[in-house]
Design a protein around this ligand. Structure first.
Ligand code: NDP
Length: 425
């Protein structure tokens, strides 16, 4: 016990463990990823749509600026901040913090999605040119990138006013570039408004499906009606976003909320990367229409359905088990004890592989790309990137679980040897 508290004290004063390539990663990623976003948008609308073209096409500065873009972006974020603050839905408590307290979070993201949908229907009814989002995509992405930098600077500076207990373990190395990138403060708040939780699932995630809808409307403008491929991409991704918001409470136990500080990595991911790279398939289809046969469409729907089933069932099983292990739906599952008092599931979905939820997510990622056909690599960017992200995320989670559960984790790994893909990986 004494050595535990000494260890914790040392970690609080200065944490030297670094992720994402340490200081070098912290310099390269904030340069490279924003350029990647702009590059991919440019590629998606070029006739060749080649990600391998050299030199890579990057937008000119006048393509990046439209005064409407920052106004629209800030208005969108303000709308969601307002919806977040409305007394709608229940209020849940997060996991216990190091100081023994729990923070409260409004669970009203799904309400925000519904209100956004009603507003969009109203705007469309009034003849708002939603297809103009296609023209605005680059300036909007540039504004979101600029905002991510400004917001991360604000978060970094304000973290120095936070007490040491409020800092994320791992975000306080003393290297300014790394700490700016990874995030110093765990749960930065303005009053009861939680900045990280707000950004995690709302403006960017809902913005992503609005961009998709804008691409669909652009297709209607150009060709008179939306294609089956565009309808599939829009529907699959809307299901994914609606599911995340319907199950919003589950985000309170994720690595992002529990472990990671709020810095450039999460800010940029939430506000720029997700909305502008996850919508690439829809943007691609505007310029590169694709005719799908009913048989192909049915096979793709089946793949997305299977992925969604695995993803939802496994996530719900673990969430239920963590919330109430005596619940009849999980009480019969085999588990192993750990020294922390928590148990680990070794049967059911979590006995198949160590991350069945990632497996389902990857099936869905593939189903989102397939409607775009096989002529280009770009629509597969998401599934390739996401495979790398989840393999990396699995390794991070594995390290944290081994540190938390010690030998019990090793026993679990022996019982369930594969990480994501049964019999493969
Ligand atoms: P997970 O939901 O996979 O949770 C990992 C945690 O679950 C571990 O830290 C451990 O925490 C607990 N756990 C692990 N194994 C067991 C077990 N056998 N029994 C009981 N508990 C176990 O974390 P993520 O946040 O990575 O993923 C959540 C979802 O979000 C996934 O479906 C993922 O695919 C998705 N995701 C999507 C992204 C996107 O951009 N689209 C990005 C990242 C994630 P503890 O023991 O402390 O409870």
């Amino acid at each position: 016990m004494r050595s535990d508290s000494k260890g914790l004290k040392n970690r609080l004063s200065q944490d030297t463990e670094r992720e994402f390539g340490g200081a070098l990663g912290a310099i390269c990623i904030p340069v490279f990823l924003p350029l990647t976003v702009l590059f991919l948008i440019c590629v998606s609308r070029s006739p060749e749509a080649s990600v391998l073209q050299w030199p890579p096409s990057l937008p000119s500065t006048d393509q990046l600026w439209d005064p409407v873009a920052p106004v629209l972006l800030l208005g969108w974020i303000a709308l969601h901040a307002l919806l977040y603050s409305m007394p709608l839905g229940k209020v849940s408590e997060g996991l216990m913090l190091r100081d023994g307290t729990r923070l409260k979070y409004p669970i009203n993201g799904f309400h925000s999605l519904c209100v956004s949908a009603v507003l969009l229907i109203l705007f469309l009814g009034l003849g708002a040119p939603l297809g103009y989002l296609f023209e605005l995509l680059l300036p909007l992405a540039a504004s979101a990138i600029a905002l991510s930098f400004l917001f991360s600077i604000y978060l970094y500076v304000r973290s120095f006013c936070a007490p040491s207990q409020a800092l994320a373990l791992g975000g306080n190395t003393g290297n300014p570039l790394y700490d700016f990138f990874i995030g110093r403060e765990l749960n930065p708040r303005i009053g009861s408004f939680d900045l990280k939780y707000f950004c995690e699932l709302r403006p960017g995630l809902i913005g992503w499906v609005v961009i998709n809808l804008g691409m669909l409307m652009k297709e209607v403008e150009l060709r008179g009606s939306p294609s089956l491929a565009m309808i599939l991409v829009n529907s699959f991704q809307l299901l994914y976003v609606a599911d995340a918001l319907w199950n919003e409470e589950a985000v309170l136990t994720t690595m992002d909320i529990v472990h990671d500080g709020f810095g450039f990595m999460l800010v940029f991911g939430d506000l720029a990367w997700v909305p502008f790279t996850y919508s690439l398939q829809a943007a691609f289809l505007v310029v590169h229409p694709r005719v799908l046969t009913s048989l192909h469409a049915a096979a793709i729907v089946a793949l997305n359905g299977a992925g969604y089933y695995i993803f939802r069932k496994s996530n719900s099983q673990k969430n239920q088990f963590r919330r109430d292990p005596t619940h009849p739906s999980v009480a019969g599952l085999e588990t192993i004890a750990t020294a922390t008092g928590k148990r680990l599931l070794v049967s059911g979905w979590w006995g198949l592989v160590r991350h069945p939820n990632y497996l389902g997510d990857l099936f869905m990622a593939l189903a989102w790309s397939l409607p775009c056909g096989f002529s280009h690599l770009l629509p597969y960017f998401y599934v390739i990137y996401f495979t790398i992200l989840l393999i990396h995320r699995e390794a991070r989670d594995e390290r944290q679980c081994r540190a938390k559960y010690g030998v019990a984790w090793d026993t679990y790994c022996r019982r369930v040897p594969h990480r994501i893909f049964p019999y493969i990986y």
